[in-house]
Design a protein around this ligand. Structure first.
Ligand SMILES: [Fe+2]
Ligand SMILES: [Fe+2]
Length: 314
């Protein structure tokens, strides 16, 4: 296990120097440049300004439907104190969550993302076995980004929130191991509600990872809402907000990866229905789990109990 170091991330000082909106604009330009330097020919195209290529691809209708579903759901759910997820909920945005509870929420996030990283690595391997070159390249790029975010979250948990590294990593590993032991299962639109997200990614078609990318649509606005509160009410310094800062802009691009993958590879009705079921289920289970956690929070019995439903929290 290595210790956590603060590296000179290029995007992060922007959030200290400029207003959040200007920082997001400048960081987004850097992101477009990063895509050019990635040496993956497809990426600069997808990351270029005004990219809409997905709208002319076979699964465009599905992508449009999923985005519409999410927007409707957000309208219905705004104003709920736990929406959309524990670390970015309204309670945090208003500075009404205690620091102790916020710490537990961050630790929970680290643990469920850790399990997600492992499932994603297996899903990436499945994409390689499917021999679809665009699919594997985009998933690989996305997984790499998400692993870097996980390291940023580790820094936040350890340096800012004072959670001992050994305790954090041990808890995350134990949870990952537990999820990895979930039985192998076919993934269908009928049974998807009964499976945790580790199982879906491990045992389902790799295309489903496009749904997870698209589901990151909630991250930019919720991170942009939370960040000012973390500075104002919790006095967190910018260098500890790496993880939050990066999610104010990077998922604008990850959403595009999801749009491309779903629009290109959801070519049959069966696949489209499966994707729809997974996408909607992801948010429904996230809502249920977040509401349940909120109740525990109000009851002052909030402890780190990780259930399989936590795999759906973002
Ligand atoms: Fe991320
Ligand atoms: Fe992302």
């Amino acid at each position: 296990m290595q210790s956590s170091e603060l590296l000179p991330w290029k995007f992060n000082p922007l959030f200290e120097k400029y207003s959040m909106q200007d920082a997001i604009k400048k960081a987004s330009e850097m992101e477009e440049e990063r895509a050019v330097w990635s040496q993956v020919p497809l990426l600069p195209r997808i990351y270029s300004k005004g990219w809409k290529e997905w709208q002319d691809m076979p699964g465009a209708g599905l992508v449009g439907d999923l985005i519409q579903w999410w927007e409707d759901d957000r309208k219905d759910s705004m104003g709920l104190p736990w929406y959309p997820n524990p670390t970015n909920c309204e309670l945090v945005a208003k500075g009404e969550m205690s620091l102790e509870d916020y710490q537990v929420c961050c630790m929970r996030r680290f643990c469920n993302v850790e399990a997600g990283e492992t499932a994603g690595a297996i899903g990436l391997g499945n994409a390689y076995l499917q021999h679809e070159r665009d699919l594997r390249e985009l998933i690989l790029w996305w997984r790499f980004d998400e692993q870097t975010h996980q390291e940023m979250d580790k820094i936040m948990n350890i340096k800012l929130l004072g959670i001992p590294e050994e305790k954090l990593l041990r808890t995350a590993i134990n949870y990952t191991e537990r999820m990895a032991k979930s039985p192998m299962s076919p993934v269908t639109k009928e049974n998807i509600k009964t499976l945790n997200r580790f199982q879906v990614v491990r045992d389902g078609p790799p295309l489903l990872m496009g749904c997870i990318m698209l589901a990151e649509i909630e991250n930019p606005w919720s991170s942009q809402r939370t960040r000012p509160a973390l500075v104002k009410y919790y006095n967190f310094p910018n260098e500890a907000l790496l993880f939050v800062n990066v999610h104010t802009f990077i998922d604008y691009y990850h959403i595009r990866l999801g749009q491309y993958i779903l629009a290109k590879y959801a070519t049959t009705n069966e696949l489209r229905e499966l994707c729809k079921a997974f996408f909607i289920n992801t948010f429904k289970l996230q809502h249920e789990r977040a509401a349940e956690l909120f109740k525990e929070l109000s009851g002052k019995k909030f402890e780190l109990t990780l259930k399989k439903e936590d795999t759906y929290l973002q």
